[in-house]
Design a protein around this ligand. Sequence first.
Ligand code: EPZ
Length: 419
Amino acid sequence: MNKLIIRGGIPLSGQVQVSGAKNAVLPILAGALLASGPVIIRNVPHLHDVTTTMELLGQMGVSLTMGEKMSIEVDPTTIKNTFAPYEVVKTMRASILVLGPLLARYGEAEVSLPGGCAIGARPVDMHLSGLAAMGAKINVEQGYIKARVDRLKGARIVMDQVTVTGTENLMMAASLASGTSVIENAAREPEVIDLANFINAMGGRIENAGTDTITIHGVEKLHGCDYTVLPDRIETGTYLVAAAITGGKVLVKYTDPKLLDAVLAKLVEAGALIDIGDDWIELDMEGKKPNSVNIRTAPYPGFPTDMQAQFCALNAIAEGTGSVTETVFENRFMHIQEISRLGANVNLEGNTAIIRGVKNLNGAQVMATDLRASASLILAGLVAKGETVVERIYHIDRGYDHIEEKLAGLGAQIQRVSY
Ligand code: EPZ
């Protein structure tokens, strides 16, 4: 097991480079199953979830070759089976993303139901009902989704609520279906757009991805392509909050400011000076403490739930009182108990955390519970007096590429130790 040891109190400064987006590369790797030839995917982040997805595809018989500078060549033509075992799916819910492509390309799939998850029940009922609407015969037995179809056919699907991977699964399935599909109440996340662009680069015909109504004209075949994944907006936001919480000045490179409007607005409200270019964002806190801000998470373009925990940490040492309301997941406040161990003053009232800024936090031992909670504990440790030890950091390695190296590059005193 590994843990991170952080000595807080140092204002971060310097430049940090963002990696490719975890939540784009995972559906794109699954989408490679749709192709009738090899695809090359570039700007792949070095993350445990990427390794897990490669293992999942590999045990299906798909050929994967790491290329130069974090690129991967995926050749799905060597596939041997359409089975996604519980042993893999239980470690990463996004494995469900192979279901749509396998059904669309091979007419069959046996995928383990994702198990429970720390942040919420996270069912996949909308994935399954959408595939059934396209003609798939779906049985769920012994914890596995068993699906078959001769060929999916286009359908008009109205999503009961906005679901990112639900939209992505159905968009991938529809890309090889016969006829046209329309997904209403679709997710608008940039990662959905990136997946649509990837499928269109393979010869797909997807229109209006990024809006709440996506039209997919099914095609007979999808060829290989060479595609570069978009930058990670949540990694970007996390480093911007690291600068804000420590009163520092940081330039985040190889990102896209247009992906973070809601987050940048809240950082400005917190008192940060923000400057942006085509592919960079600079945040300067001028040594000041942040002002408290009120957050309410929502599907894109609203404030992202994946940045909620990070702003809880920011509010913990801000001037004033801030409220943080989580509307997407039912149990995404597990970081609150841990941040309170560092001295934060937080009251949970239903799905809202009321956070009264304190003069300073004090280092302590804390435990990571999920990916973004881990990030918030690290952020709190960067500003807490003394030493903070974050345990169970396998959570953080799922979604952040070389986080301690990147933070150390900004002047943080942080090291990974085994225990
Ligand atoms: C994606 O998860 C992201 N993961 C999550 O990022 C992100 O938090 C989430 O979208 C919301 O933005 C990936 O893209 C791999 P949802 P997803 O389906 O698709 C309910 C991170 O930290 N729902 O949009 O699983 C669900 O329970 C991760 O990077 C159903 O009820 O989220 C939730 O309450 C965490 N039935 C809500 O919808 C369904 O069939 C939104 O979930 C599907 C979803």
